[in-house]
Design a binder for this molecule. Structure first.
Ligand SMILES: NC(=O)c1ccc[n+]([C@@H]2O[C@H](COP(=O)([O-])OP(=O)(O)OC[C@H]3O[C@@H](n4cnc5c(N)ncnc54)[C@H](O)[C@@H]3O)[C@@H](O)[C@H]2O)c1
Length: 299
């Protein structure tokens, strides 16, 4: 069998690096599609917290009558806690979903590729960092690709796929087949900062933070305006909390540096929130406080 044919025959076992909001969601949808999943993070504690998040999400689906107890157990047993990268030698596809920081991601790729089978496709879930540049931290730029899932992964239909300059057609075709097997829809973006979704979405969120910073409106007014006036399901500040303010800031920085246009400068208030560690839902506080469950605006 040729290398290309092997890739095209379909990914069966998937490695995931980073068990945060996105990595755990990707693990869940891969398990639901009948694939074997190997889940890695920096510590057992982080992996367990990712598996805890998946368990909660599956239990919610069970309580809604969408899946049975047996299915919950089956899906959880398909996800293997993988503290050592060496275990990825058995994977057909490895998806990096770690913190949105280029140095972190480059270090991960440098650490993992020596363990991979030569035919393994290596992918990143980055929201904005150049696929072409990240590919240079691997030994396989032709088999490196951006697979950008949306948050929350189990419910969002779209997966944006980004080819780097060197990504080959076989890798793209196998990725498209994988995305379809997960029951998701694909859009293809060229490799420019922020790709399509975040090139449009994150500057809008940044502008909403500017509106708050300049006193144009309160958190509630800004979010209500977009929800009720533009028919958005969630206001931009609440959405920012949901995405993670560190991720939003990092994407603005990538747009600002990559497109060299001052219209992409991150709002100082966004920077301040990240400096305070108020990162949104994942830390219990962002533009809203989530301590009591329901979001309470902070200003
Ligand atoms: N949050 C979103 O809405 C969203 C949407 C699409 C894509 N993304 C992208 O997905 C990626 C992850 O984002 P997230 O929201 O899940 O962040 P997160 O903070 O919830 O999770 C990141 C995880 O990466 C782990 N990590 C950091 N360094 C690591 C390393 N060296 N090895 C293994 N694991 C490591 C962290 O411990 C953490 O568990 C980012 O690239 C982000 O841009 C995020």
């Amino acid at each position: 069998m040729t290398m290309g044919a092997e890739i095209a025959s379909g990914f069966q076992s998937i490695g995931i690096i980073g068990a945060g909001q996105m990595g755990s969601g990707i693990a869940q949808v891969c398990a639901a599609a009948g694939l074997r999943v190997y889940l890695n993070d920096v510590s057992d504690e982080k992996i367990n917290s990712g598996i805890g998040r998946i368990t909660k999400s599956l239990q919610k689906r069970r309580d809604a009558g969408k899946i049975t107890d047996e299915q919950v157990d089956k899906l959880l047993s398909a996800i293997v806690s993988t503290p050592k990268l060496r275990a990825f030698e058995q994977c057909d596809l490895v998806i990096e979903a770690a913190t949105e920081d280029e140095a972190t991601k480059r270090k991960i790729f440098g650490g993992v590729y020596p363990f991979l089978n030569p035919t393994t496709v290596l992918a990143t879930n980055t929201s904005s960092i150049s696929i072409t540049r990240l590919a240079t931290a691997t030994d396989r730029p032709q088999r490196f690709i951006g697979i950008h899932f949306m948050n929350p992964v189990p419910t969002m239909k779209l997966v944006e796929v980004i080819r780097g300059l060197a990504t080959d057609q076989t890798t793209y075709d196998a990725t498209a087949k994988f995305v379809a097997a997960l029951g998701k829809l694909i859009t293809t973006s060229e490799d420019y900062p922020g790709f399509i979704v975040n090139r449009v979405l994150i500057p809008m969120i940044n502008e909403a933070v500017y509106a708050l910073y300049e006193g144009v409106g309160s958190i509630q007014s800004i979010d209500d305006s977009l929800r009720l006036g533009a028919n958005h399901p969630m206001g931009p500040l609440q959405l920012a909390d949901f995405i993670g303010l560190d991720t939003c800031l990092s994407i603005m920085q990538v747009l600002h540096e990559g497109l060299a246009d001052s219209k992409y400068r991150p709002c100082p208030l966004l920077v301040k929130h990240v400096e305070a560690g108020w990162l949104g839902v994942k830390t219990g506080r962002g533009f809203y406080d989530y301590a009591s469950g329901a979001p309470v605006p902070l200003r």
